[in-house]
Design a protein around this ligand. Structure first.
Ligand code: C2E
Ligand code: MG
Ligand code: MG
Ligand code: MG
Length: 291
């Protein structure tokens, strides 16, 4: 792991070693140039409301086109966070997501909100809300079409600093989702006071929905919590029919996962949106609901 928590001596020591390793330095140097060279791209994973079989949002997931290979975020986001590059990269992602939103509207699609992942470090950056505002204004997008995803752990770590920013964003009309929910240590008292719009149930809980009883209890508790706080709830990492059915049975209908679709290049998302506009719900998803 590149990002050591530094809770003990051994971890700090290995972090220092890793930071100066040639591989890490190479990634960092490459990332510096990646934005200017247009090597970063966004893929989009549909979020489907199984009650209607329609796409109700997409999550933008970053990839790095590096020397003919598509590098997944797990290999470069930790380095970007370590080096602070995550801030300009996050700004690029916000701007690119807004440009995509504009392209899709111009292509005649129905409006679909795009969610962008924001690192906790970026959440405390003073410029965030003006970058968001600038991108929305430039692309003439309503703020509801941009959503920010913050991981629960990252957010709770710096709650005070994040809170001011969160309030600013919400007053601009931006939707805010808590990502990987259930893995952190949210204070429930805080949750009721935060201007949030959505909880995303972490994949690890969804994954064991058809296996472990304790985790099933966590999922049902999160769904009930979201409902009582009047937040929307999305299940991430839905891979099987059994998981989908269990989620439906507990009242969570919005799902994201390989069962429905992997993250897709822009052209393929556009095809899905186009079909949805012309023919309604995707037949494959319709069929899943019917059984
Ligand atoms: P995340 O925000 O929780 O995104 C969901 C991840 O789960 C994505 O991985 C997605 O491809 C994967 N996933 C979705 N459905 C399934 C499924 O059914 N099964 C399995 N096994 N995986 C599924 P990805 O794209 O590799 O991204 C990993 C993480 O990297 C993201 O987790 C997010 O924390 C971070 N990340 C991605 N893009 C960005 C970005 O633009 N900025 C920042 N700060 N972080 C990003
Ligand atoms: Mg996310
Ligand atoms: Mg997530
Ligand atoms: Mg996750």
């Amino acid at each position: 792991a590149v990002k050591a928590s530094g809770r003990n001596g051994i971890q700090v020591w290995s972090e220092a070693l890793e930071r100066s390793s040639p591989a890490i330095i190479q990634i960092e140097t490459g990332l510096h140039k990646a934005i200017a060279r247009n090597e970063l791209i966004l893929h989009y994973q549909p979020q489907v409301d199984m009650a209607s079989g329609r796409i109700v949002g997409v999550e933008a997931l970053m990839r790095w086109q590096r020397e003919g290979r598509l590098v997944p975020p797990g290999e470069f986001i930790p380095v970007a966070e370590e080096s602070g590059l995550i801030v300009p990269m996050g700004e690029w992602a916000i701007e690119e997501a807004c440009r995509a939103g504009r392209r899709w509207l111009d292509a005649g699609m129905e409006p679909v909100p795009i969610a962008v992942n924001i690192a906790s470090q970026h959440m405390q950056h003073a410029n965030l809300s003006s970058v968001v505002q600038g991108a929305l204004t430039r692309e003439r997008l309503r703020p509801e079409l941009l959503e920010l995803e913050l991981t629960e752990t990252g957010f709770m770590k710096e709650i005070a600093a994040s809170l001011t920013q969160l309030n600013a964003l919400r007053s601009q009309g931006i939707e805010v989702a808590i990502d990987d929910f259930g893995t952190g240590y949210s204070s429930l008292a805080y949750l009721t006071r935060l201007p949030l719009s959505k909880l995303k149930i972490d994949r690890s809980f969804v994954d064991s929905l058809d296996k472990k009883n304790e985790d099933r209890a966590v999922v049902t508790a999160i769904i009930a919590l979201a409902r009582s706080l009047k937040l929307r709830v999305v299940a991430e990492g839905v891979e099987t029919r059994a998981q989908m059915e269990a989620l439906m049975a507990h009242g969570c209908t919005i799902m994201q996962g390989y069962l429905l679709s992997k993250p897709l290049p822009e052209a393929q998302v556009l095809e899905l949106l186009e079909r949805q506009k012309n023919f309604g719900a995707e037949p494959r998803w319709q069929a899943m609901r019917a059984c």
